[in-house]
Write a protein that binds this ligand. Structure first.
Ligand SMILES: NC(=O)c1ccc[n+]([C@@H]2O[C@H](COP(=O)([O-])OP(=O)(O)OC[C@H]3O[C@@H](n4cnc5c(N)ncnc54)[C@H](O)[C@@H]3O)[C@@H](O)[C@H]2O)c1
Length: 253
């Protein structure tokens, strides 16, 4: 498919996991994709897509740094033209319950998961306006609807992100910018965040997670990527402020 041909996209947290799958899906749909991450591994991920014939570029971006955002955006525009797709995917979690987690750990999660996306949205708006419109997709989580006692700050950050997404969507619609802003809410996907280093899906902990999913499997990064590509495309031209779940039926239960 080439429905994103001529578009420039930035994907944060694109070195691995869901971000890498999102970058692949956008590239396969024709977009020029800037893969942004703090991990040097992002260079290899971008190079693999480039060797498959896609227009990609890797940049160092820590989403907690406004200066990094400015540099990443300048590089993207100079390389591929005005940015009309932003995917705020970079995220972290700390698995500690309500009594154990510290205020500094909570601040750290908010700084990446919530304020990181806020910085990104503010940074790209001028470029998107010059492009004549665009699409922002914020990667939230099913934890906006399913509360996990082991990750209270993570869930709070994602619920706030979904709320912020709607505010941004409303603002852009009211201003007539032609910029749509939506959130995707992944269920459990087999990524380093969930699987750690090398845990197999046969591991008892992984089996227990899978057993609780109605479709009895974890999602694959490219599956979420294709949902994001749809939201970025004109096929979703009347969608803004929406929460889109891709979770194997997890939030039904
Ligand atoms: N995997 C899941 O099951 C799942 C479910 C729901 C939501 N999510 C969300 O999807 C997103 C991606 O998760 P994942 O599972 O691929 O995680 P992951 O840990 O495998 O990948 C996250 C990426 O974000 C990058 N990152 C972290 N902090 C950053 C920063 N400050 N600046 C730039 N990049 C940074 C990491 O280097 C990494 O490459 C996250 O926002 C996560 O909360 C994941």
């Amino acid at each position: 498919m080439t429905r994103l041909h001529g578009r420039t996209a930035i994907v944060t947290g694109a070195a691995r996991g869901l971000g890498a799958g999102i970058a692949q899906a956008l590239a396969e749909d024709g977009a020029a994709v800037v893969l942004a991450d703090v991990l040097p591994q992002v260079n290899d991920t971008a190079a693999a897509l480039a060797s498959a014939g896609h227009r990609t570029l890797a940049v160092h971006l820590d989403v907690t740094s406004e200066e990094n955002w400015h540099l990443a955006l300048t590089t993207a525009v100079q390389s591929f033209g005005e940015v009309s797709i932003l995917v705020n995917n970079a995220g972290i979690t700390i698995n500690k319950d309500f009594e154990s987690v510290s205020i500094d750990e909570f601040r750290k999660i908010l700084d990446v998961n919530l304020l990181g996306a806020f910085r990104g949205m503010q940074a790209v708006l001028p470029s998107m306006k010059r492009a004549g419109g665009g699409a922002i997709i914020n990667v939230a989580s099913t934890t906006t609807d399913q509360i996990l006692s082991i990750a209270p700050c993570y869930g709070a950050s994602k619920s706030a992100l979904a709320n912020l997404t709607k505010s941004a969507a409303l603002h852009c619609a009211e201003q007539g910018y032609g910029i749509r802003v939506n959130s995707v809410h992944p269920g459990t996907h087999a990524t380093p965040m969930v699987m750690g280093d090398g845990m197999a899906t046969e591991h008892p902990a992984a089996r227990a997670i899978i057993e609780a999913i109605p479709m009895k499997r974890m999602g694959q990064p490219l599956e979420l990527g294709r949902v994001v590509a749809f939201l970025a495309s004109q096929d979703a031209s009347y969608m803004t402020g929406a929460e889109v779940f891709s979770d194997g039926g997890a939030v039904i239960t």
